[in-house]
Write a protein that binds this ligand. Structure first.
Ligand code: GDP
Length: 219
């Protein structure tokens, strides 16, 4: 899992301002404060990669980073999605976020892995459940097992963050609730959904995330 270079490519505000689909891509999304920047930086081994999304006025951008540009066989886009579909925004903004997210998941041909970050202390909240429901109708079936439908394999992976806060484990009640929500939204009925546990502080789960990033070059 070597990262030789990482460069910021663009902050896209619409489908047609995204970079061309030369490389496979992996996207990270979750509520604000879930630990997304910290996790991305931990995974990539950089101190401040995902900073751009934090600057005022840029919170709606899909931030594209190109990893390993000089090595096309290992290059990929890492996409940092805005947290703004969540709480604290107006209904209109939330619908706009959901619309763009839906287009992104459906239309982005080289999207291979979608990491949904959820705080391990709270488990999935209402907004997470809503996004899962929308994904249930969008994702190809069986993607959890990595099978392809047509020529596209899209892995949906749940990532429980900040597990150091409970001494490295996740309360069984959080797993139960997660399973309940996945089932009620229809995501679990026809799929296996991988659930990873991570900590940016202890670097727990880094290798598990990389197992999915390595799949980017296997399809
Ligand atoms: P983002 O808004 O989702 O990008 O979240 P950040 O990465 O900025 O993290 C939000 C807050 O949670 C910050 O205060 C981080 O220091 C803290 N945080 C992030 N990851 C971890 C973690 O793995 N463990 C602990 N204990 N705190 C974390």
């Amino acid at each position: 899992c070597a990262v030789r270079e990482v460069s910021f490519v663009t902050g896209a505000v619409s489908m047609d301002t995204m970079p061309d689909g030369r490389f496979p891509e992996a996207a990270f999304f979750g509520r604000s404060n879930v630990g997304k920047s910290s996790l991305v930086n931990m995974v990539i081994g950089r101190k401040a990669l995902a900073k751009t999304s934090k600057t005022p006025g840029k919170t709606k951008q899909y931030n594209f980073y190109l990893v390993n540009e000089g090595d096309p066989t290992n290059a990929f886009y890492l996409v940092d999605l805005p947290g703004a579909g969540y709480a604290k925004v107006s209904k209109g903004q939330r619908l706009e976020w959901e619309r763009m997210f839906g287009s992104y998941v459906r239309e982005r041909k080289k999207l291979r892995v979608l990491f949904h970050l959820i705080d391990s202390q709270t488990g999935p909240l209402e907004e997470d459940a809503r996004l899962m429901s929308s994904l249930a109708g969008t994702l190809p079936v069986n993607e959890g097992r990595g099978k392809t439908q047509g020529n596209r394999a899209l892995h949906y992976v749940v990532v429980l963050t900040k597990i150091d806060k409970q001494d490295g484990s996740v309360p069984p009640s959080v797993f139960d609730r997660l399973e309940q929500v996945l089932e009620s939204t229809g995501l679990l009925s026809s799929r296996e959904i991988p659930v990873l546990t991570t900590s940016a502080q202890t670097k727990a789960g880094r290798e598990a995330v990389w197992q999915y990033l390595r799949l980017l070059h296997k399809h």
